[in-house]
Design a protein around this ligand. Structure first.
Ligand code: G3I
Ligand code: 9MR
Ligand code: ZN
Length: 532
């Protein structure tokens, strides 16, 4: 799409800052038009010129903060018009609901009902026992959520997904009561905790009961064709345990205890025991990244830097259980090296947040050093936001596989910095990242399937491909200037970094979806308390 005026195609909250991007170098007048009756409700003049090198564009910002009345609108400048958008309270409620329902629709090891899954309903899938790699032993690892566009189930991204969701609930407890049209297995838990339990119950099966180590993933040996999950009949293989999976498992289940304890003490005890067992096992494992074993070519989630997994796990263990030895490990690591990251590779930020929010006593000097580091990182992100016409924390090197997730996580970092420093500019900048994902981006696309005017129609997602219709509520990976799949290479040669995206089924490096891209967006939105 090549519109000249770009907006958040879902919309804006009435009292929030409201900016659109004008893709032109000359100053322009513009009007905000009511979509219902064509009335001009606001007239303005564009702001200063920006050079957005990553998009090879010159931009101006159209500021319409003054428009606060609820309604449907579009922007007009000369002959150019924008997509229509809403201004209203709870404007992101439907998007939040669809993003949450996605986890149910990714369920493995069970049938999905027509009533709740519609065209994506299917019989039970992947319900056979899985071979432990290199052995004749088979174990039950049925359940959990498919990772992404493929049907693999991987512990590292699963743990990060849960971390996002648990933090989102802490920021917006309204999520606990939110009904997003799924069958709720455990009504007393509420829909979200009940659905998360489906993933946790699978993760518990991935722990070796003898050693406490956690198997890295369960997949077939390779990626299958584009059909529904129950049609994948190859043998399931449980790949060897990994250091990252074991410690990420410990961290995520330590986070889980406080949410389930008020409802089911016995279950919370199981989570606590599994978490502690995994942490102890992790301490005995060699600290190295996972690599696919011979003959298994599905997703690797290999991670050569695994310091952050222990950093995160020790902080969560301390926050959950308060034993001094967990804090000693974290303090020793943090005094040597503090960093940031909410992604499957870098989980430092989860550790920082756990330590700062711990109700058990922490080293106050270290806590303040961490907060200062968060503030400094936020300041560097602000420098990037000011350097382009989209006011988002990117430059030409930002567009890697899953770039939307990294931008969303920068927004979460900015919000975290705002939370601890109360610097308003961090909050405003964080919100611009929401608008970027929902349409105010150089690709002129709403990167949430089923929403906006400029929609993603061909996500790299097997059920969507099998049914010929994009499943709604999935956050798209976004531009990747490394051109890491043949389709990207075919269509994107010569494109500026920020425009290296193509809405093609086979472009898995730009057009896939994952659990943890959705959970990252849910965490970011929850920061703005988008639910009544
Ligand atoms: O970290 C480096 C960075 O330092 C460097 O500047 C940049 C550019 O070269 O590359 C970065 O590494 C990238 C890495 O992700 C971390 O972001 C690699 O290029 C990139 O290939 C790697 O992509 C991962 C991809 O699997 C391939 O391994 C994605 O993050 C990850 O989301 C994706 O996960 C897949 C699963 O394997 C299978 N299921 C679908 C899922 C989503 O596509
Ligand atoms: O569908 C797979 C997607 O989930 C992965 O992210 C991607 C990279 O690991 O691989 C995709 O599978 C492709 C495989 O790598 C190469 N043959 C075509 C497969 C479908 O696009
Ligand atoms: Zn399945």
């Amino acid at each position: 799409m090549n519109q000249i005026i770009l907006v958040d195609e879902i919309g804006y909250l009435p009292n929030d800052p409201k900016r659109a991007v004008y893709r032109g170098e000359n100053e322009t007048e513009f009007s905000i038009i009511s979509a219902s009756d064509g009335r001009e409700v606001y007239h303005g003049v564009s702001g200063r010129e920006y050079v957005t090198a990553a998009a090879d564009e010159k931009n101006r910002i159209l500021n319409f903060d003054a428009v606060t009345e609820e309604g449907e609108y579009y922007i007009k400048a000369g002959d150019e018009v924008s997509a229509t958008f809403s201004i209203k309270e709870w404007v992101y409620r439907d998007a939040m609901g669809a993003m949450l329902k996605f986890f149910y629709l990714q369920r493995c090891g069970t049938e999905l009902s027509q009533e709740h899954a519609g065209i994506y309903a299917h019989p039970i899938c992947h319900d056979t026992d899985a071979r432990i790699y290199g052995t004749d032993q088979f174990i039950d690892v049925k359940g959990g959520w498919h990772d992404a566009g493929d049907f693999g189930r991987y512990v590292v991204p699963a743990a990060v997904t849960l971390a996002d969701l648990f933090l989102a609930i802490e920021l917006d407890p309204g999520l606990l009561k939110f009904d997003f049209d799924i069958p709720v297995d455990n009504p007393d838990l509420g829909a979200l905790l009940s659905e998360i339990k489906y993933e946790i119950d699978w993760m518990l099966k991935m722990q070796n009961p003898e050693t406490g180590e956690v198997y890295h993933k369960v997949t077939c040996s390779g990626f299958c064709g584009f059909f529904m999950p129950e049609e994948e009949k190859e043998e399931l293989v449980v790949s060897p345990a990994s250091y990252a999976a074991t410690l990420d498992f410990a961290a995520a289940l330590a986070m889980a205890v406080k949410f389930y304890e008020p409802h089911d003490k016995a279950y919370a005890e199981i989570l606590a025991d599994a978490s502690k067992k995994a942490f102890e096992a992790g301490l005995k494992m060699e600290a190295k990244g996972f690599h696919n074993p011979e003959g298994v070519v599905t997703g690797e989630y290999g991670d050569e830097c695994v310091e952050d997994e222990l950093y995160w796990a020790s902080a969560e263990m301390y926050r959950a259980f308060g034993e001094e030895r967990y804090r000693t490990i974290f303090d020793d690591m943090a005094y040597k090296h503090i960093s940031h990251g909410y992604g499957w590779e870098d989980v430092y930020s989860f550790g920082n947040i756990a330590y700062i929010l711990s109700s058990y006593p922490v080293d106050e000097t270290l806590k303040n050093i961490i907060i200062s580091a968060i503030d400094a990182k936020a300041d560097s992100l602000m420098y990037l936001c000011r350097s382009n016409g989209y006011n988002v924390s990117f430059n030409e090197r930002s567009f890697i596989w899953g770039s939307n997730m990294y931008l969303i996580q920068n927004a979460s970092h900015l919000f975290t910095a705002y939370y601890f420093t109360k610097k308003e500019e961090y909050l405003e900048a964080s919100k611009e990242h929401v608008h970027y994902i929902f349409g105010k981006n150089p690709c002129n696309v709403c990167f949430l399937t089923g929403f906006g005017s400029n929609r993603v129609l061909n996500p790299h997602h097997r059920p969507s491909a099998a049914k010929g219709k994009a499943m709604p509520g999935m956050v798209i990976g976004g531009p990747d200037s490394e051109l890491q799949d043949p389709t990207a290479e075919k269509y994107l040669q010569g494109q500026p970094a920020a425009k290296c995206y193509v809405d093609e089924l086979l472009s898995y490096s730009t057009n896939e979806i994952t659990l943890y891209w959705n959970s990252a967006m849910i965490l970011m939105l929850a920061q703005f308390v988008v639910l009544p």
